[in-house]
Design a protein around this ligand. Sequence first.
Ligand code: NAI
Length: 340
Amino acid sequence: LRRASSSSCTSSHLLRRSYSSESHPERKVAVLGAAGGIGQPLALLMKLNPLVSTLSLYDIAGTPGVAADVGHINTRSEVAGFMGEEQLGQALKGSDVVIIPAGVPRKPGMTRDDLFNINAGIVKSLCIAIAKYCPNALVNMISNPVNSTVPIAAEVFKKAGTYDERKLFGVTMLDVVRAKTFYAGKSKVPVAEVNVPVVGGHAGITILPLFSQATPKSNDLSDEEIKALTKRTQDGGTEVVEAKAGKGSATLSMAYAGAIFADACLKGLNGVSDVVECSFVQSNITELPFFASKVRLGKNGVEEVLGLGPLSDYEKQGLESLKPELQASIEKGIKFAHQN
Ligand code: NAI
């Protein structure tokens, strides 16, 4: 009798769990480059995310330590560390979301494009493995130059026959995070309520924050102030690179931005409605093949690429002047993928 009652107790508990709105499906997230400046705090933040059931940490060195450390935190996910190329397949297998902050960061005086030669090769080899071991995963590309690494990933996936444009994302969330912070500071509105779309790409003038669409509205910002906010958002990465004086680029704010974006991807996969974030994706809202704009996330990744909305004259000008540079960076990525 006792056994029967305990088993019925267990099954009703299980039922409750599986039907409860608070229970979440199993989701595996892999972080590639997990022992790096971004990778470590990103691993920490993903360990705190209740939507993650398995957290897979991969790097060419240092992952056992990061995995052991993060793995002691008493949250839902199981953590496993993988090191070296022979363990990459195991790290990726079954992943729902793969976040890539692998590669070298900028030093003072360098542009994101200066990173191209090293990071392009790293991204290419990681994407070949993704196509092989978890072709259905959503890929969140953080490695710079994002304007080129995303087209490289697309070409690798096309060649492998696994490309699904809905599943490849350049992470531009840090530009949005910065635009929100700077806008709230200037317009004195509560930062937690602020939203600012950022479109275009992820380098210098290709980053185009749309302050004319910022909410809550602030009517007392002058044209000069909008210009200054735009420039500060575009140069936000350089501000950090210079302040770190040779010790790398943004890592903590990037980890935050990467964690927020991955969380949005997981929510979309889990069927949460109306999840909208900015990302650099395959797009036809301009003549460029890849473009950052607001996208609606869903069960298959990108459900809808949203249009630009009404732009101010200043933003229209910014849009026209970013196109040649962004186009060139996209072409550079595609060319690399074909030649190497
Ligand atoms: P980091 O040098 O501190 O870490 C990079 C990690 O990647 C290292 O642990 C390294 O061992 C690992 N790595 C190198 N080759 C690898 C491979 N083949 N497979 C797996 N892991 C590999 O650099 P940090 O500061 O973490 O930056 C990483 C990347 O993120 C850089 O490309 C940087 O430019 C980019 N970034 C992107 C931002 C964005 O907004 N999308 C913002 C800030 C940085």
